[in-house]
Ligand binder design. Sequence first.
Ligand code: NAD
Length: 260
Amino acid sequence: MSSNKVALITGSTSGIGLGIAKKFASHGMNIILNGFGEASAIEEIRAGIAKEHGVQVRYNGADISKPEEITTMIKTIEDEFGAIDVIVNNAGIQFVSPVEDFPMEKWNAILAINLSGSFHTIHCALPKMKEKAWGRIINIASAHALVASPYKSAYVAAKHGIAGLTKTVALETATFGITMNAICPGYVWTPLVEKQIPDTAKARGITEEQVINDVLLHSQPTKKFVTIEQVAALAYFLTTDDAASITGAMIPIDGGWTAQ
Ligand code: NAD
């Protein structure tokens, strides 16, 4: 039973993270939302989830690229709820460019948010999780944690880094009732994917429609985008007792992409 558990989902004001927050709330978990956006829109999301599922929903706007803001966020949650039971490291950004033109600030931001942010949430929250002798840490990695694509050097490097972090922390926590896994989605139709289409078209010298059909869906034998709901259902399964023996795993949900 996940009822009364407390779940922090980073980057949950949009896309996959928001889908996971809704799924967890539907199973009775109290939710900490995090991410950017317009204050009134975030409040509408927060209040909507709380009302629909009768759970407590908080919002914390910590910038996941800033370790000190992560530390403060974790402490705030622990002060109110005690230990955090479930952490989903989901916040992420993308930037597409040939490596020789890749702006250094984009490289630094992607590594900070997509990789180091996960280290910092784990680093801060693990002591209380260990005290409670129960925990679930789920990293939303990517098929790009397993294979590469051109023009995504920072993203692919960060996501491969997440694979190493996932395996290492899984080993360190294995006897503490804590599991740590990475979900590796293929392409999911979210703002993150939508926004990279014009730059990918530019980098490859093709049209935006060709990017969708010949680049994105070309990778996925099913020729379909993965849905947010499918990723959220897998994330929820990893929080259940049935998933207690799954740890240190990189789990693809990619329409067959990485089977090729
Ligand atoms: P999205 O753009 O819809 O959502 C990203 C979320 O991260 C938003 O809530 C945003 O506000 C938040 N965010 C961005 N920078 C942040 C920061 N510095 N601090 C806190 N929050 C921040 O994107 P999405 O597609 O839902 O992506 C979510 C995760 O899934 C990412 O880690 C992404 O790499 C991964 N992923 C996405 C796909 C896909 O096809 N969409 C595929 C594989 C993996």
